[in-house]
Design a protein around this ligand. Structure first.
Ligand SMILES: [Zn+2]
Ligand SMILES: [Zn+2]
Length: 115
């Protein structure tokens, strides 16, 4: 489930909350990310730099967003930077499954070879 990315509006409820990663305030005009698990607001940079939720005990994980690699302090760029976070590469076979299939093929080949 992708996290929610949004820009803090004036009088937003998130302004009163702190960012659990850097323990600083969240301010109007900043881009924030809501953890998909606990709904806690993080600065966009804090969320993607840490790779997930900064709240103790929460395992919310950030989606891949490579272009956000540099932790610059610039904020208030406006809502036109918001993009849907979608990764179409998530449908590949995991490596352990590939190894398991390979071992089974080798085992069957071994049985045939021995007989
Ligand atoms: Zn922060
Ligand atoms: Zn969380």
């Amino acid at each position: 489930m992708p996290e929610t990315v949004m820009v803090v509006e004036p009088h937003s409820e998130y302004i009163a909350q702190g960012c659990p990663t850097c323990h600083r305030g969240i301010e109007e005009g900043q881009t924030i990310v809501l953890c998909p698990r606990c709904k806690t607001a993080h600065h966009e940079n804090c969320w993607f730099t840490r790779g997930g939720c900064g709240k103790v005990g929460c395992r919310g994980v950030a989606s891949k967003k490579e272009q956000l690699g540099r932790p610059s302090a610039k904020s208030g760029d406006g809502p036109d930077e918001i993009q849907a976070v979608a990764d179409p590469r998530a449908s590949q076979l995991p490596v352990p499954v590939m190894i398991g299939i390979g071992l089974i093929v080798i085992f069957i080949a071994y049985l045939i070879f021995v007989r």
